[in-house]
Design a binder for this molecule. Structure first.
Ligand code: ADP
Ligand code: MN
Ligand code: MN
Ligand code: MN
Length: 335
């Protein structure tokens, strides 16, 4: 029997790309997803006169929504004219950096925060036409009035597990209707691929509930937390020595402008110095410090080895760009 392959890719929407997908009916005897294509003039990836873009499968997994033999296929986008990576293809450079620094064996853990909205744009956790009680009881909360959307989180976690994604946990966040899941630890490409697939599953599952998943950095102005994607990282050396952990933080401290402008749209609105953030233009690192740009977990200081957490990337960051930059910065300093 033929089966269904859902081809998934990142488009050219600015400032933050959207996920796109379309279904291919695949013959029974095909076991490896084939190259395919799409109309780039409808995704901000081409002009009408030369609209064909190429979808090159790079990762596939079972489709937990459709079940059976059906699969999800993550793709990189290539130019049909030259068969070179499309300008919107950030994964290709991430793969090259990972290969270049393979000896440093970098691992990443990505904490994806997000906000549930109604289709009219108001937060799902806010009463219709009004505001909830101030932040306090919602983070890691339980019980009606404290958390909303739990059915979506449960379904999403089960789906990630059934797809074989490296999801490592979930929690309710500080603003009502805000949640988090974590991916990793895994290398840059695997962590990023799994994050994109997990984002896709989240949008797809929430669609059935008429809930919009927003990755906006600061969905609500005022005294409400923004949404980040804290990026935990370690090299083989950091997993053995505390000096290497500090050296990595110092190396990152020398590239503040480059990193911050590539950590997601609207970062100045989120990294204000309030709401558990450090100001976007002032670099700092410290043990247990959730007001620092980079936090070294207390357990790492105690053990004298481990990893560090760059708290600056936004929820809407491109994981291929962020993990590439950290790979390049930290590994170049280790040489
Ligand atoms: P927080 O206390 O900041 O909320 P979380 O538990 O949400 O932390 O996320 C921590 C992330 O760090 C997890 O995804 C975990 O897999 C990842 N992690 C753990 N050890 C390492 C390591 N050595 N290198 C990189 N990431 C790691
Ligand atoms: Mn977390
Ligand atoms: Mn969090
Ligand atoms: Mn964190």
């Amino acid at each position: 029997m033929p089966y269904q392959a859902e081809y998934i890719w990142l488009d050219g929407t600015q400032p933050t790309p959207l996920l796109r997908n379309k279904t291919k009916i695949v013959a029974d005897d095909v076991t490896v997803p084939e190259v395919w294509g799409f109309d780039g003039s409808s995704t901000e990836q081409a002009t009408g006169e030369s609209s064909d873009c190429v979808l090159k499968p790079v990762f596939h997994c079972p489709d937990p929504i459709r079940g059976g033999r059906n699969i999800l296929v993550l793709c990189e986008v290539y130019l049909a004219s030259t068969m070179k990576p499309h300008p919107t293809n950030t994964r290709d450079a991430c793969a090259k950096a990972q290969k270049k620094y393979s000896k440093n064996d970098m691992w990443f853990g990505l904490e994806q925060e997000y906000t549930m909205l109604r289709t009219d744009g108001t937060p799902y956790g806010f009463p219709v036409g009004g505001y909830p009680a101030p932040q306090g009881p919602y983070y890691c909360g339980v019980g009606a009035g404290r958390v909303v959307g739990r059915e979506i989180i449960e379904e999403h976690t089960e789906a990630c597990l059934a797809a074989g994604l490296k999801i490592s946990g979930t929690n309710a966040e500080v603003m009502p209707g805000q949640w988090e899941f974590q991916i990793g630890p895994a290398n840059a490409l695997e962590a990023s691929d799994h994050l994109i697939m997990a984002r896709w599953l989240l949008h797809r599952i929430a669609e059935d509930y008429d809930v919009v998943i927003s990755l906006a950095a600061k969905p609500m102005k005022g005294d409400w937390n923004g949404a980040g994607c804290h990026t935990n990282f370690s090299t083989a050396a950091m997993r053995k020595s505390y000096a290497a952990v500090e050296k990595a933080c110092q190396a990152i401290g020398k590239k503040v402008d480059l990193h911050v402008k590539n950590y997601g749209h609207g970062i100045e609105d989120r990294l204000t110095g309030k709401h558990e953030t450090a100001p976007y233009n002032k670099f700092s690192y410290g043990v247990s410090n959730r007001g620092a740009s980079i936090r070294i977990p207390w357990q790492v200081a105690k053990d004298g080895k481990g990893y560090a957490e760059d708290r600056r990337p936004n929820a809407n960051m491109d994981p291929y760009v962020v993990t590439r930059l950290i790979n390049e910065t930290v590994c170049a300093a280790e040489r």
